[in-house]
Design a protein around this ligand. Structure first.
Ligand code: AMP
Length: 426
């Protein structure tokens, strides 16, 4: 038997209804904040990710699905391509490629699969789904302002509240700008020098190439050492401090609670200033539902103009998981099961089904070969509210037996009153 590949999974009904519910709610919220949808390709040139996410990050150094694409001729050297491990790089590439600033497109959202070769476990998959958004634009459009950061974070709080996800926590930090980063890296290197030989192989490498990434380390034995390292908060310059203070001021003013976590650096190199994560207690070890941050230099590093930006990515798999326990059933049951009774009745039933569906009723259709008992059993199994019987007598009288499967009550309803009758009891 061929099975789904490790780390991938089939999303089946009724769960898919929950996924659609989440995506519909996201689209509603995005509309209210005037975001528009963008869909970028699932694979891109590998260097897009190595240049933006960063060579030394876990994503680029270990987790990408990369292959050498064949050239046109046998002798051509192929192009290195990669399944997208995240979507911000793709959105910013599209922003630069299509000069989206000229069209005033600066608030974009996406929904789609991402791919990382991680060790699969509950809440961590190799194909997973993200719902994300980016605010990006020229500095003259106010894209650098802490008001943008606050709006994005407030949007997220609104979205989680609307889904009824109680008990989320927001952790907030500022990771500073390139200036701060240089002196911070210097201090980190110095602090790491006497202790790094006791750390894991990854950290020993990071200490040389990109010391900030030491904070991504998950090895338990390294944690006491990491806890004693200098914090980025001590190295922020005055403009970065001010930006962070203003963001906090707006969040306080709109009543979005947060906690400062000055060890939060997020595992992607492009972040500057604001970095944040929403966690949820019910998720266990993989408790980060979503993460985001500011990336003021990303457009320039991809050959574009200065375009400060901020965005986030929600892990949709984890969001659905945290909803599963609390969510109201979102699956719409069939309103009516149509039971054709006897030869020739499939035609009549199909006509009726077409009519009722045009009025937005959910209709399940049986078959004329079924006995009445089997029809009722099937109607009950699919969860229909009514069974509508279509036999020769009914067609002649243009009036149909409608049985309410919850109360057991059965009445005869004229064709032109069917829709109103079924809708009134919905
Ligand atoms: P990141 O792009 O790493 O900032 O991740 C943003 C969010 O995507 C995380 O908070 C997770 O909810 C989700 N996520 C990241 N990696 C995975 C994965 N392998 N499986 C499931 N969800 C993931």
């Amino acid at each position: 038997m061929i099975k789904a590949v490790r780390g991938t999974r089939d999303l089946l009904p009724p769960d898919t209804a929950l996924w659609n519910f989440v995506e519909a709610a996201a689209r509603d919220v995005f509309r209210a904040y005037n975001f528009q949808e963008i869909r970028t390709p699932i694979f891109e040139e590998t260097q897009l990710f190595s240049r933006s996410v960063g060579e030394e990050t876990d994503i680029v150094s270990k987790e990408m699905f990369t292959w050498e694409d064949r050239g046109r001729a046998q002798s051509d050297k192929g192009q290195s391509l990669t399944l997208r491990p995240e979507n911000t790089a793709g959105v910013v590439r599209a922003y630069v490629e299509h000069k989206l600033w000229e069209r005033g497109l600066n608030k974009l959202y996406y929904i789609g699969p991402q791919f990382r070769r991680e060790r699969p476990q509950k809440g961590r998959y190799r194909q997973f789904y993200q719902i994300g958004a980016e605010v990006i634009g020229p500095p003259t459009a106010g894209s650098e302002s802490p008001a943008r950061d606050a709006e994005i974070i407030e949007l997220l709080a609104t979205f989680l509240d609307r889904l009824g996800i109680a008990g989320w926590n927001l952790e907030l930090n500022s990771v500073g700008c390139p200036n701060d980063r240089a002196s911070f890296n210097e201090a980190l290197r110095k602090a790491l020098r006497p202790v790094v030989s006791k750390m894991c192989a990854d950290c020993q490498r990071r200490a040389v190439t990109n010391p900030l990434r030491v904070f991504d380390c998950k090895v338990p034995e390294d944690q006491p050492i990491i806890a004693k390292l200098p914090r980025i908060s001590q190295f922020l310059d005055e403009p970065c401090r001010k930006h962070f203070r203003e963001l906090q001021g707006i969040l306080n003013s709109v009543g979005v609670p947060f906690a400062i976590n000055d060890r939060l650096v997020r595992g992607l190199d492009y972040y500057t200033r604001t970095a944040f994560e929403f966690t949820h207690g019910a998720l266990g070890a993989q408790n980060a539902v979503l993460g985001g941050g500011r990336y003021d230099g990303l457009s320039e590093s991809l050959g574009g103009p200065s375009a400060p930006g901020i965005g986030f990515a929600i892990g949709e798999d984890r969001l659905v998981m945290s909803l599963k326990e609390s969510a109201e059933p979102v699956l719409r049951r069939p309103d009516v099961y149509i039971a054709p009774l006897g030869p020739g009745m499939n035609r009549e039933a199909a006509r009726l089904a077409r009519e009722l569906r045009r009025h937005d009723l959910v209709v399940e259709l049986g078959d004329e070969s079924f006995r009445l008992k089997k029809s009722f059993e099937t109607a009950t199994r699919v969860g229909a509210k009514f069974t509508l019987i279509v036999g020769e007598n009914e067609v002649k009288a243009d009036s149909f037996a409608v049985k309410n499967l919850e109360t057991g009550e059965q009445v005869s309803v004229r064709r032109q009153e069917l829709v109103a009758r079924i809708q009134s009891d919905r």
